[in-house]
Ligand binder design. Structure first.
Ligand SMILES: Cc1ncc(C[n+]2csc(CCOP(=O)(O)OP(=O)(O)O)c2C)c(N)n1
Ligand SMILES: [Mg+2]
Length: 437
């Protein structure tokens, strides 16, 4: 029967298509119902009409499936009702909690420092979206790569870049992870394989695809022992850009070890996802290119983690890319310069009740994984880490003016020839920043 594989997937929602089972089966995709979208009622209504015509199209391909993880937690807990097996150990729970608290406290401190004039340019905060960064990045090895957007501080922190280095970068100081040259939107750390925040939307996706290609090349051509995975994070608004489609195609074609992580916070600055996108279900674009597409509640770190675990493992096994759409919400304006007057207060209030940190705390306490006191101790520790980061950044030196010219051209002669007919880079005043140009 054509739908037998789909039925299996419904019972086993994390069974993302493996090529082996797919070859054998005449599977059809599981199409998410409107209830799969959790927050926006207008989105739910639109999806009812979208879904009416979708079942035939869903049989597009035999070797791709789209799955929902909404029932993961319930399923696991019911699996042994006498002694329900938990989704995480105590140690794992505390790691997740600490990382999410770090992200939140760090960003709140950024807001304070920005309004005190310690940071320059635009600063985009991540409050509300922590379950995505933590749920994915805490599963990575150090050698794995992360590519981010301009909303990148928390991705860098989750990947292990010290808070001191991120804060100093935001202050434009030499001790920052880019020696103060990048600022808020350009977190980069070679040591931690954070390959950059990118200010132009979609710009990071080809970089991530290239990193994944490198891993595959090392493994298959150079025969190196390499199973590294790259995570590409980007927003819903970015999914309407060409680079997204080009890279999905290449990644699927070459079976690259990459996970495309869409942080669908329903807004692109002041543009609603529903107004801008012909089909708001972004995960469906995965199967269109021949890779699994997954929708997950991005306000629930445990669900995100389950989906991330499978998608990362699939990439590591050499089975190719996955597109994961995490439905999430940002609790602040687009940037710290945005008065955030466009979004409906009722929508904001709805998502405030779904705070991912509160949800994890509840899970930990209800399942006796840790006590209130243990969680409080983590919060205290993180307050100290963030305070220390601010002091460190504040006391660090600003870069010399000559640093402005570094890392701009690979060959310094790229600065051209001055009025005296000599290369500008040969004029000492040029590197001191005092030359007339
Ligand atoms: C190529 C390009 N076009 C336009 C912009 C202006 N811009 C900055 S943020 C943004 C919205 C992006 O929204 P989304 O991808 O949903 O990410 P979010 O801010 O919600 O995290 C746009 C259009 C840009 N930075 N780069
Ligand atoms: Mg968005």
């Amino acid at each position: 029967m054509a739908c037998s594989a789909a039925a299996k997937i419904l019972h086993n929602p994390l069974l993302i298509s493996s090529s082996r089972s797919a070859e054998k089966s005449d599977s059809c995709c599981k199409i998410l119902g409107p209830s799969s979208f959790l927050g926006s009622t207008s989105l739910s209504k639109k999806l009812v009409s979208v879904n009416k015509g979708v079942s035939r199209a869903s049989r597009r391909s035999a070797n791709v499936v789209a799955v929902s993880s909404d029932v993961v937690k319930e399923k696991k807990l019911k699996s042994n009702s006498a002694a329900p097996s938990l989704l995480i150990t105590k140690e794992e729970g505390l790691v997740l909690y600490e990382d999410m608290i770090l992200g939140r406290v760090f960003e709140d401190m950024c807001a304070q420092m920005y309004y005190r004039g310690k940071m320059f340019g635009f600063v985009h905060l991540y409050n509300g979206q922590e379950a995505v960064s933590t749920g994915f990045i805490k599963l990575l090895k150090k050698e794995d790569c992360v590519v981010s957007t301009y909303r990148d501080h928390v991705h860098a922190l989750s990947k292990g870049v010290p808070a001191r280095e991120v804060m100093s970068e935001l202050f434009g100081k030499t001790t920052g992870c880019c020696r103060g040259q990048g600022g808020s939107m350009h977190m980069f750390s070679k040591e931690h394989n954070v390959l950059g925040g990118f200010a132009f939307i979609g710009e990071g996706i080809p970089v991530a695809t290239g990193a994944a290609f490198t891993s595959k090349y090392k493994r298959e051509v150079l025969k190196e022992d390499c199973d590294e995975v790259t995570l590409a994070f980007f927003g819903d608004g970015t999914c309407n850009n060409g680079q997204f489609f080009e890279c999905l195609n290449m990644a699927a074609l070459w079976k690259l070890p990459i996970v495309f992580v869409v942080e669908n916070n329903l807004w692109a600055i002041g543009m609603s996802h529903l107004r801008a996108t012909s089909d708001p279900q972004i995960w469906k674009k995965g199967p269109a290119f021949g890779m699994p597409g997954v929708h997950v509640d991005g306000m629930d770190v445990l669900k995100v983690r389950e989906v991330a675990n499978e998608a990362i493992a699939r990439a590591r096994r050499g089975e190719g890319p996955t597109l994961v759409e995490c439905e999430t919400y940002r609790f602040r304006g687009h940037s710290l310069a945005d008065p955030d007057e466009l979004r409906d207060p009722a929508e904001k209030a709805h998502y405030a009740t779904r705070d991912p940190i509160t949800a994890l705390k509840k899970y930990i306490l209800e399942n006796n994984l840790a006590s209130e006191a243990e969680l409080k101790a983590i919060e205290k520790k993180i307050d100290e880490v963030v305070e220390d980061a601010v002091e460190f950044a504040d006391e660090s030196p600003v870069p010399a003016r000559s640093q402005l010219l570094e890392n701009v051209f690979a060959d310094p002669r790229g600065f051209g020839i001055g009025p005296d007919g000599k290369y500008r880079c040969e004029d000492p005043k040029f590197t001191e920043g005092t030359a007339q140009v």
